[in-house]
Design a protein around this ligand. Structure first.
Ligand code: ADP
Length: 166
């Protein structure tokens, strides 16, 4: 990585909404780097359930001022964000083989766009390897208990979303 700042990492994602899987990765990454930026992708094309501001607020509430962790909004390309922030390590979570192909493609594309950018994959606690925001939304939408998968205030917000849209 040559002469670049190695103490700052970026954890980018949609976090729609944040789950215990994301929080596990944030915790692990924050122990490896002095500073970790959780970059919340705006990306309206993905039609997120929660607005970017809501997603950021939920992460903020969950992380609760953990030392070295900041939450920022990500608009546009990750490589541009990395240049602005002078942060050259990207953290991604790998849950299972099914994540691999997409993550591998993204990592190599980002490297092609910006050779200084290095992607590091972290594995969550076993209990969270089946967890995704998508499946949490699906269970919540159908009225299932998502309490074991997301913080309590996220459960409340999910209930709010689905009770008004039904
Ligand atoms: P994206 O839309 O960019 O995939 P996500 O919020 O779904 O955003 O995921 C962000 C990152 O967190 C990805 O690297 C994803 O693999 C990882 N991730 C999501 N859920 C989990 C989990 N349960 N355990 C570990 N990593 C996870």
């Amino acid at each position: 990585m040559g002469n670049v700042n190695k103490s700052r990492a970026i954890y980018p994602g949609s976090f729609d909404p944040v789950t215990f899987g994301h929080l596990d990765i944030i915790h692990r990454a924050s122990q490896l780097f002095d500073s970790l930026i959780v970059a919340v992708a705006h990306n309206e094309a993905k039609h997120p359930l929660f607005a970017a501001e809501e997603r950021m607020a939920m992460i903020g509430e969950a992380v609760g001022g953990a030392p070295g962790v900041t939450i920022k909004r990500l608009d546009g390309l990750l490589v541009d964000f990395a240049r602005v922030e002078d942060a050259w390590v990207v953290i991604r979570g790998l849950r299972a083989v099914s994540d691999f192909e997409f993550e591998f493609q993204m990592a190599l594309m980002n490297r092609r766009l910006e050779p200084r950018l290095e992607t590091i994959f972290l594995t969550p606690k076993e209990d969270y390897t089946f967890l995704s925001s998508r499946i949490v939304k699906e269970v919540a939408r159908l009225g299932g208990d998502v309490g074991p998968f997301v913080p309590g205030f996220v459960v409340t917000r999910l209930k709010g979303k689905f009770s008004t849209t039904l």
